[in-house]
Design a binder for this molecule. Structure first.
Ligand SMILES: [Zn+2]
Length: 202
């Protein structure tokens, strides 16, 4: 994905893409989002959905305290003591935290989008499965959904227009792949240099 679009996603969803600043020994996310620009909207919508779902369903920090507060809350409601009920409700809310899972790797694999994340509920896993499935009918290059087809062998998911470009040897993205691999190798060297520098400073 081009850097501009990738950075847009990183800025919009800092919690999800927090691992982009980790080292390659710790996460695959420093490699960036390794797929075409056409899947930007799919990833954008998925990240928005995950963030909203986590915000609307915060996790309980202390389960025993939550049980106790809920009991007190229902008693206060039964007694029609609204002020106390509101106070307890605030405590119930304070005993929760929003936990947003991190993406550990986002890439194209066998012509489809792969979105790996740590933790995350079954609900989130289901959303990811759906978006990954949908990616197989969205052109990876331009995002079109018109007459999108997958090739055999080295699988790519493209619309007829992009497929034509892809099959044209003059535009063959072997150069693009070569450029990506050079860029990646340079990046690995930079990371190694950075780590060595850090060690020296210590
Ligand atoms: Zn296309």
């Amino acid at each position: 994905m081009n850097t501009k679009l990738q950075n847009k996603l990183f800025e919009k969803y800092p919690e999800i893409f927090i691992q982009k600043d980790w080292t390659i020994q710790q996460s695959c996310m420093p490699w960036g989002i390794c797929c075409g620009d056409g899947w930007y909207n799919l990833i954008d919508n998925l990240c928005y959905f995950i963030t909203q779902h986590c915000k609307n369903n915060p996790e309980i920090i202390d389960k025993d305290l939550d049980d106790k507060l809920h009991k007190e809350w229902s008693i206060a409601l039964k007694d029609k003591n609204q002020i106390l009920a509101d106070e307890i409700y605030d405590k119930i809310k304070a005993n929760t935290e929003v936990v947003i899972p991190n993406a550990t790797q986002v890439k194209e694999k066998f012509g489809g989008l792969c979105f790996y994340n740590n933790a995350g509920s079954e609900y989130i896993r289901g959303a990811i499965d759906l978006v990954e499935f949908m990616s197989c009918s969205v052109c990876e290059n331009c995002g079109s959904t018109d007459n999108v087809k997958q090739t055999k062998g080295w699988i790519v998911t493209l619309c007829p227009k992009c497929m034509k470009k892809y099959n044209n040897p003059e535009n063959h993205n072997i150069f693009k792949r070569l450029w990506y691999s050079i860029r990646f190798k340079l990046w690995v060297l930079k990371q190694k240099y950075k780590n060595a520098k850090k060690k020296k400073e210590k």
